[in-house]
Design a protein around this ligand. Structure first.
Ligand code: GDP
Length: 396
């Protein structure tokens, strides 16, 4: 069996275990390394070859995007990762990094429960860092931080361990100030969502050279800053990448620190859906009930040259299958599901069914648009997704 087929099968097995699912987005200011990091994760999960990660830009599916180096359409991929002896299904939604596509970022956030925010170590938090954080937090999506381009601090800026640490502390402080300011008035978030090295919610490294570390990974590998600096300076980046691969560190962080749908949905549903909470469907969504009524929130419409329009989105309740007749909010009548699938490295793979807690790619929903609520019973639609535009930021 081909490697890809095997991954699809693994994903299908894991789709029915919501505790082992993480729906995540990677979000960043443009050029901070989101695409390069994403390719590392795909390569780490065996989705694309190691050698081409960073060059292939797997998420930039459209030629135009590759030429312009901008990710326009939010693409989705699913991958598996073993953490502490348990296999996990990670559904990753790509978010556009460019200023003009803020609406797409917010839509992507609706589908996920965790957002890995990538910040360039040299530039620090930038206006879009604030925007993506705001988008994530408004949707009740938990952030973690990856400080990228640390190789530049070492090789270009010739910083020593102390200067590096100072710089990272200041990036973390900037990001935490933003998080604190935004979560202060959110009473549905009981946990402290600021990030910290000690908790393991901050990772740092180089997406370009494919190495990464976090406090837990450093404790595991015995690697410290001094050694990282020595290896990076000696141009032994391959050794660094082998000893502390970025994908493992980031995917471990994802599994450990992002909530699974069972933990996330009870908190997120009241925030994004204002229907009658006495209804069965309210409980089914909160419980991620795969036997409940079908509820899908469409976050993206893509075009496939063969299959036509594909509605991608988060299944909050029930199980989507071919042949179902589903209501589409804001339209009369029903649409018939032609096929259901998941995304693998930007390509759609058809599967038999997609249960609650997952990201599904559905054909046949011809009346759906990004933002539609698609359901087996007529229901109050999800809250509309607010576009958040760029803030005016003053940076000292
Ligand atoms: P995006 O706009 O956030 O998706 O950023 P990209 O992944 O396209 O990266 C923008 C530029 O930064 C590209 O030229 C990358 O090669 C470069 N880059 C990404 N990660 C790193 C890194 O860790 N170190 C260095 N030195 N360059 C990086």
């Amino acid at each position: 069996m081909g490697r890809r087929k095997k991954i699809v099968q693994e994903c299908e097995t894991l789709m029915d275990k919501p505790e082992n699912i993480r729906n995540i987005a990677i979000a960043a200011h443009v050029d901070h390394g989101k695409t390069t990091l994403t390719d590392n994760l795909l390569a780490g999960a065996g989705m694309i070859s190691d050698d081409t990660a960073g060059e292939q830009l797997a998420m930039d599916t459209e030629e135009d995007e590759q030429e312009r180096g901008i990710t326009i359409d939010a693409a989705n991929v699913s991958m598996t990762h073993e953490y502490e002896g348990t296999n996990h299904l990670i559904n990753l939604i790509d978010t556009p990094g460019h200023v003009d596509f803020g609406g797409d970022v917010t839509r992507a956030m609706r589908a996920v429960d965790g957002a890995l925010v990538v910040v360039d170590a040299v530039e620090g938090a930038m206006p879009q860092t604030e925007t993506v954080l705001r988008q994530a937090l408004r949707e009740g999506v938990k952030p973690t931080l990856f400080i990228n381009k640390v190789d530049r601090l070492i090789s270009e800026l010739q910083e020593g361990p102390e200067e590096m640490q100072e710089r990272m502390t200041s990036v973390i402080r900037e990001v935490n100030d933003l998080i604190r300011g935004m979560t202060e008035e959110m009473d549905d978030i009981e946990e402290d969502w600021t990030v910290s090295v000690e908790d393991g919610t901050v990772g740092f490294g180089s997406a370009l050279y494919k190495w990464g570390v976090s406090l837990p990974s450093m404790q595991r590998t015995g690697m410290d800053f001094g050694e990282i600096i020595d290896l990076e300076r000696a141009d032994k980046r391959q050794e660094l990448a082998k000893r502390t691969p970025l994908a493992d560190v980031v995917l471990d962080m994802v599994c450990e620190h992002f909530p699974n749908p069972v933990d996330a949905q009870p908190r997120r549903i009241p925030r994004i859906w204002r229907g009658d909470d006495e209804l069965d469907v309210a409980e089914q969504m909160q419980l991620v009930d795969e036997d409940g009524e079908v509820v899908l929130m469409v976050t993206d419409i893509g075009i496939d040259p063969h299959a036509g329009e594909i509605a991608a989105g988060r299944v909050f309740s029930g199980t989507i299958e071919k042949g179902q007749e589903l209501y589409v909010s804001g339209t009369a009548g029903k649409n018939r599901v032609q096929s259901v699938g998941i995304y693998m490295g930007g390509e759609r793979e058809e599967v038999d069914h997609v249960p609650a807690g997952n990201i599904a790619a559905v054909t046949g929903l011809n009346d759906a648009i990004a933002g539609s609520t698609v359901s087996s019973e007529e229901m109050t639609p999800f809250e509309s997704i607010e576009h958040i535009s760029e803030p005016v930021i003053t940076k000292s």
